[in-house]
Design a protein. Structure first.
Length: 339
């Protein structure tokens, strides 16, 4: 197949997206496909630029607003890239956060009649909006920590949730703008930080315990993994992208019943937000053995060492095969829709 890998974007997760895109390009070429690499900010990349991207890791710090403003200023509209996508069989979306994950790009491709990987525009929007997705989890019987949406006062949080809490932007990924708040006086500055990344802020009960994740592929739950952060208490941006920042185990060392609970809840959460061919679902496991669903990632990280590829590898699916299956399933799904 001729496949366009679309990456970059203008969100706070641009750096992560570039890393995913570069490795997906390699994997799909290994699987025998003709691959076009497209950075939304720069257009179709030549061989030299692609090699440079593969060698570039994810920055250890979250991108600054100054860095993002440069990308936004120079980024051409994605609409101008449509001609680059007309002669491909499918577009592999490796855009993280922002318009690449919230359904905007997906809606554009639907309007243009271009097949793409992942989740449709509606499911993408549901999953990106944490408040909406948690309401859907509750409706589907998937346990999720209690939460409030700002504006809230420390008194509201004390009465409704209790401390500690997690304060985070409602529509962001990679734990960008996230803070654990242990005392009431820490709430206003944490909300101010999160507000710098989104116009809505969530205050969520913090669940002490273990960090778990499970990949979903073509209607099946893959291996459950555990993440043990080494830098901080939670799997934050630095822990995700700094070498040695976390220890990840696939499959996780869990009782069989707990593994089953997480896999079942992961599938239920995936379906609740109308996710598509694949996703990654994140959990906290409390000290009583109860998994609590945090979110569904419809465009999870896709480097070889990202969590979804590790979940697939533990289930016997190598990285090139994973990328290949995602693309083939997307083409088959598109053909069914246009019959």
């Amino acid at each position: 197949m001729r496949i366009a890998v679309l990456f970059g974007g203008i969100s706070e997760e641009r750096d992560v997206s570039v890393s995913s895109g570069a490795q997906v390009v390699q994997a799909l070429e290994t699987a025998g496909h003709d691959v076009v690499a497209i950075d939304t900010a720069r257009g179709v990349l030549g061989p030299a630029e692609r090699e440079r991207l593969v060698a570039t890791g994810v920055a250890l710090a979250q991108p600054s607003e100054t860095e993002l403003s440069v990308v936004r200023r120079d980024a051409a509209s994605l609409v101008s890239r449509i001609p680059d996508l007309r002669d491909v069989d499918v577009v592999f979306i490796a855009l993280h956060g922002g318009s690449g994950e919230d359904g905007t790009v997906q809606a554009l491709f639907d309007l243009a009649g271009i097949p793409y990987t992942g989740t449709g525009h509606l499911g993408s929007a549901y999953a990106m909006d944490k408040d909406v997705s948690k309401r859907l989890f509750r409706a589907a019987g998937v346990p999720t920590p209690d939460w409030l949406m700002t504006p809230v006062t420390p008194e509201d949080v004390t009465a409704g949730l209790g401390f500690p809490v997690v304060v985070k932007p409602n529509k962001q990924g990679s734990t960008v703008g996230l803070t654990i708040v242990r005392r009431a006086e820490g709430l206003p500055p944490a909300i101010e930080i999160a507000s710098g990344f989104d116009d809505e802020v969530m205050v969520e009960c913090f669940v002490p315990g273990r960090e778990l994740t499970v990949g979903i592929l073509e209607g099946a739950a893959l291996a459950v993994g555990e993440i043990r952060p080494r830098l901080h208490e939670i799997f934050d941006y630095a822990s995700k992208y700094q070498t040695g920042g976390a220890e990840e185990s696939f499959p996780a060392d869990l009782p069989m019943e707990t593994t089953r609970l997480v896999r079942d809840a992961g599938l239920a959460a995936h379906h609740a937000v109308k996710a598509g061919i694949y996703s990654r679902v994140d959990f906290r496991l409390d000290h009583a053995g109860q998994p609590w669903c945090l979110e569904v990632n419809t465009v999870p990280g896709m480097t070889r060492t990202s969590l979804l590829p590790q979940s697939a590898q533990a289930a016997g699916i190598g990285f090139p095969e994973l990328c290949d299956r995602i693309c083939r399933a997307a083409v088959a799904s598109y053909r069914r829709k246009v019959r």
